[in-house]
Design a protein around this ligand. Structure first.
Ligand SMILES: [Zn+2]
Length: 438
């Protein structure tokens, strides 16, 4: 019996250790936390736009979700869910029923439980929100907007409420507007060179914090542009001299002609795409005053020229020239066309050594093919300040300046910006509209 007692005692001990052990285990590793809850979009203001709630509970999985909205002490159920499979992660989309809500303050209460013992751990979140289903309404403050294909226009307007995003939309391009000290908005936009007259239908758009999108048309007069056709012969001499600088940008290209075609197509497209990113790096008011200064020299190419490229008598490519080429003597001092701030200074693909100066509201001037750069990014420049020397870096056959004007990254014809009358009628008068509100 003594022997049997010893076994019982031993078992008892092992059992005790196991029980205490599991108790310790339970104590330290028990899931005490409710599920993580996240509602998006995260905004204090909501509309009829669907919301998403993401639930997560890595330890015990999810048991249930309940969403209730409370307005003026009245509670309405939005969602009730049970998750018998105890998923670790769940995403639920839901929209608010407008019949349960009036515009104004309400509370959204979310309650989630996990699959842990004894009914699970609960998480509860109460979000104080505002229900808003009214989109911002624009009122145009400026009069007729005269536009030419490839040209620019400035519009002044006010909005019935503060937006999260506003501007002018042309097709799928958006030109942001900037709020002025008067509380009104100014938007510089383009009639892009590649949009046909029949497709040009600019609209003001404004989205509020809740996601309500308001749109409004305005009076404008637009005429299509006429462009020159230009033939460019690409020689082996040009290819051998110019293409090695791009070898790292298109490593897959084999011959100098391959490099040329890839640079002229892909790199050009990438460089032009990147202009949009630069366009957002802008001051919220104009930094310049009066007409832009045209660099002295002969015009070698104009804005919008349709260029056909020929190699050994065969047409190999087509592109559109999106600036004005001006040539004078080799290594001419290049001056800022107007006051602004340098936002880019360095090698920029087809434009070679390049400077971009911001003039505010998305308006920027670009100086390409430089042989030397004398300014740095962030530097403020006055009109006529020397920013570098002309050259033939990038995709340039000879020493010249490629001068570009950009409106939120979209190239426009610089000729308007060189014209004091155009500036007076289309820019200065619009600025006055934005201040006075007509
Ligand atoms: Zn050019």
């Amino acid at each position: 019996m003594a022997h049997g007692n010893r076994i019982v005692r031993k078992l008892y001990l092992v059992l005790s250790i196991a029980i205490i052990g599991s108790g310790v285990f339970f104590f330290f590793f028990r899931d005490k936390e409710g599920p993580a809850l996240k509602v998006s979009p995260e905004s204090p203001s909501v509309s009829l736009r669907p919301l998403t709630v993401e639930l997560k509970d890595e330890k015990s999985g999810l048991r249930s979700l309940q969403i209730v909205l409370i307005q003026k002490e009245k509670e309405s159920s939005v969602i009730t869910r049970q998750y018998p499979d105890r998923p670790r992660q769940v995403s639920e989309n839901f929209a608010l029923d407008p019949s349960m809500l009036t515009e104004g303050a309400f509370t959204l209460r979310l309650k989630a439980k996990d699959g842990a013992f004894l009914g699970g751990n609960a998480s509860e979140v109460e979000l104080p929100l505002t229900f808003d289903k009214t989109p911002p309404v624009p009122t145009v403050l400026s009069r007729t907007h005269n536009m030419r294909q490839g040209g620019s226009a400035l519009i002044a307007y006010s909005l019935s409420e503060k937006p999260s995003r506003t501007g002018v939309k042309v097709g799928n391009r958006e030109f942001p507007a900037y709020r002025q000290p008067s509380g009104n908005y100014l938007c510089l936009f383009a009639y892009p060179h590649d949009v046909e007259r029949a497709d040009f239908q600019p609209m003001i758009f404004a989205e509020d914090l809740a996601g309500n999108l308001g749109e409004g048309g305005f009076y404008f007069h637009a005429r299509s542009g006429r462009y020159r056709h230009d033939r460019l012969n690409i020689s082996d001499q040009f290819l051998n001299a110019k293409m090695p600088q791009f070898r790292n940008e298109v490593p897959e290209a084999q011959t100098p002609l391959d490099i040329f075609l890839m640079v002229n197509r892909k790199l050009r497209e990438k460089n032009e795409g990147d202009l949009h990113r630069h366009g957002a790096n802008t001051a919220t008011s104009f930094l310049f005053d009066g007409a832009f200064v045209r660099q002295p020299g002969k015009t070698m190419a104009t804005f919008g020229d349709r260029r056909s490229y020929f190699y050994q008598g065969k047409q190999i490519d087509n592109q559109i020239h999106l600036g004005v080429d001006i040539a004078s003597f080799v290594q001419s001092p290049i001056k800022a066309a107007n006051a602004g701030r340098v936002i880019f200074a360095g090698f920029y693909g087809i434009y070679g050594e390049c400077v971009i100066v911001d003039h505010g509201l998305g308006l920027q001037s670009l100086y390409g093919h430089l042989s030397r750069i004398d300014v740095g990014e962030g530097q403020e420049v006055a009109r006529d300040a020397v920013i570098g020397l002309s050259g033939a870096t990038g995709m340039a056959g000879g020493d010249h300046l490629h001068f570009g004007i950009l409106v939120s990254g979209v190239p426009v014809d610089p000729i308007e910006w060189w014209d004091p009358n155009w500036i007076k009628n289309n820019v200065e008068d619009r600025l006055a509209d934005a201040v006075s509100g007509q």
